[in-house]
Design a protein around this ligand. Structure first.
Ligand code: DAT
Ligand code: MG
Length: 151
């Protein structure tokens, strides 16, 4: 379907480094539609749900303080295969394994400062979107460019 949704977040380091415009531009230029966006602060309760599969990892306390170190830009993008292709745009979790041309490959060097988050499955995307956004914060509309992106 052309309306799969994914949750993409610019993490505190990406925000502080002025990379919001660059990251939004990459998703926009690819052809995805922005349906939700807000600058927000994460708390421990939210992050423990967001990273539920990682709470027992040794790096989790550092991950928590990193993610609470400043504002996060939470976004939702919609489009064909948006979850999987969104991960392709991000690059590998460890920036040193990310190819040049990906966001992490181009702008990050350490796994603990990898500047962006992207949902890893459609199921997790739905969970994350519901966790970070209220229903009424997501906006549906038909972009004028739609017919130039989809046949
Ligand atoms: P991703 O963000 O690519 O989905 P993940 O869900 O496995 O990766 O991990 C979430 C975040 O946790 C990741 O973006 C950075 C941090 N992280 C993962 N593995 C790590 C490790 N081995 N050491 C330190 N931080 C790690
Ligand atoms: Mg993940």
């Amino acid at each position: 379907s052309n309306n799969e949704r994914t949750f993409i977040a610019v993490k505190p380091d990406g925000v502080q480094r002025g990379l919001i415009p660059e990251i939004l531009t990459r998703f926009q230029n690819k052809g995805y539609k922005l349906v939700g966006i807000k600058l927000t602060l994460a708390n421990e309760t939210l992050l423990k749900q967001h990273y539920a599969d990682l709470t027992s990892k040794p790096f989790f306390p550092k991950l928590l303080s990193y993610m609470m170190s400043g504002p996060i830009l939470a976004t939702v993008w919609e489009g064909k295969d948006a979850v999987k292709q969104g991960r392709v745009l991000l690059g590998a979790t460890n920036p040193n394994a990310s190819a040049p041309g990906t966001i992490r490959g181009d702008y990050a060097v350490e796994v603990g400062r990898n500047i962006v988050h992207g949902s890893d499955s459609v199921e997790n995307a739905e969970k994350e979107i519901a966790l970070w956004f209220k229903k009424e914060e997501l906006v549906d509309y038909k972009p004028t460019m739609y017919g130039w992106i989809y046949e």
